[in-house]
Write a protein that binds this ligand. Structure first.
Ligand code: ZN
Length: 169
C-alpha cells in the first residue's frame, strides 16, 4: 500500500494509547514506508501511526534546519520512542495537525528533549532535539498516547484565509 488516508478527529485511534511494537517484520517495514510516503504527500514534517488508524508506537519525522534551508532534510523513523525532557525551559509555539484540520493553537513545549527508541531494524537509537524539532517529536509522541495538540493548547483559532500555512504534523 502506498499513500494511506490520514484519519481525523473523532477517529478512535487518535484517542487510544498505542501498543508497543514487538515484531520487526515485513508489515512494520511496509507501515513505515507508507508513513514516510503519506507524510511527504500531505505534506507534513511528522506523522504518527495512529494518524493512519494504526494503533502502534511508530513515528516518522522529516525536518531540515530551522534557519538554514541549505542543510539537507533528515528523516527519522522511530519505533517505541520514549521522550526525556532535557531542559527546564519551555517555549510557546503555534502548531497545526494533519488529524485536526482547520485549527491552529499555541502550545507550550519543552525546549529540548532526547528521544530514545528503536530504528526500523530494532536497533537502539537516540536523538537530541531542540526548538522546532523538539516540538515535532513531542507532538508525535503525544499521538501515541491519545493526546492531540488542542488538548494542550492555551489558545486555539481557525486560521484566516491568507494566514501563512504551517508545517503540519
Ligand atoms: Zn498531529
Amino acid at each position: 500500500m502506498p499513500i494511506r488516508e490520514i484519519v481525523t478527529l473523532p477517529h478512535p485511534s487518535l484517542r487510544r494509547k498505542a501498543r508497543p511494537v514487538t515484531k520487526f517484520d515485513n508489515s512494520l517495514q511496509t507501515l513505515i514506508d507508507d508513513m514516510i510516503k503519506t507524510m511527504r504527500a500531505a505534506p507534513g514534517v511528522g506523522l504518527a501511526a495512529p494518524q493512519l488508524g494504526v494503533s502502534e508506537r511508530v513515528i516518522v519525522v522529516e525536518y531540515g534546519d530551522e534557519e538554514d534551508e541549505t542543510v539537507p532534510k533528515k528523516l527519522y523513523a522511530l519505533v517505541n520512542p520514549e521522550l526525556k525532557i532535557t531542559s527546564n525551559e519551555t517555549e510557546v509555539g503555534v502548531e497545526g495537525c494533519l488529524s485536526v484540520p482547520g485549527l491552529l493553537g499555541e502550545v507550550e513545549r519543552s525546549l529540548a528533549v532526547t528521544v530514545k527508541g528503536l530504528n526500523r531494524r530494532g536497533q537502539p537509537m537516540r536523538i537530541k532535539a531542540r526548538g522546532w524539532k523538539a516540538r515535532i517529536f513531542q507532538h508525535e509522541i503525544d499521538h501515541l498516547n491519545g493526546v492531540v495538540f488542542t488538548d494542550r493548547a492555551t489558545r486555539i483559532w481557525k486560521p484566516e484565509p491568507g494566514e501563512p500555512a504551517l508545517d503540519n504534523v
